[in-house]
Design a protein around this ligand. Structure first.
Ligand SMILES: Nc1ncnc2c1ncn2[C@@H]1O[C@H](COP(=O)(O)OP(=O)(O)O)[C@@H](O)[C@H]1O
Ligand SMILES: [Mg+2]
Length: 137
């Protein structure tokens, strides 16, 4: 599925409909440049699935967990590599099937990412314009 959006509000709409397709055990891999909207899209999805806490970028903490309709793990691997991910036990966390994962910069820890994933590729087209491509792999 490919979709062009022109505003944050449309990003939220897309996130709400995407959220309805999620099930326990899903791994959502978000890709796109810095500022593309990976964290923003994740925020909208989690909020629509009952997360009341503020969802912000886990770049510095690497991992943040939330409870809503599912237990969510939001991982930002921007600052780490596979060895560091193994040191903090991300491989074990990623083997858990009772939650839904959102992973930014998954390419940095590629060997640890399950093959069965939902890829959300975001292309930054303009100030508020984005193209989303969502692929079930
Ligand atoms: N249509 C849009 N979709 C997503 N983000 C948008 C959109 N328009 C503007 N933005 C803004 O772009 C920025 C995206 O930042 P962020 O989600 O942190 O990106 P990333 O996590 O990919 O680095 C936010 O400030 C957000 O408000
Ligand atoms: Mg981010």
């Amino acid at each position: 599925m490919k979709k062009k959006i022109g505003s944050l509000q449309e990003c939220q709409k897309l996130a709400v409909s995407f959220a309805k397709t999620l099930a326990e055990g899903d791994v959502v891999v978000l890709s796109g440049d810095l500022g593309a909207g990976k964290t923003t899209f994740t925020q909208f999805v989690l909020r629509s699935l009952g997360v009341k806490e503020v969802v912000n970028s886990p770049t510095f903490s690497i991992l943040k967990s939330y409870n809503g309709k599912f237990r969510f793990e939001h991982i930002d691997a921007y600052r780490i590599n596979t060895d560091e991910a193994l040191n903090i036990g991300l491989d074990e966390l990623l083997s858990k099937k009772d939650r839904v994962f959102f992973i930014e910069w998954a390419e940095n820890i590629a060997p640890l990412i399950p093959k069965k994933r939902i890829s959300v590729r975001i292309t930054h087209l303009g100030e508020t314009e984005r193209e989303f491509e969502i692929i079930h792999e």
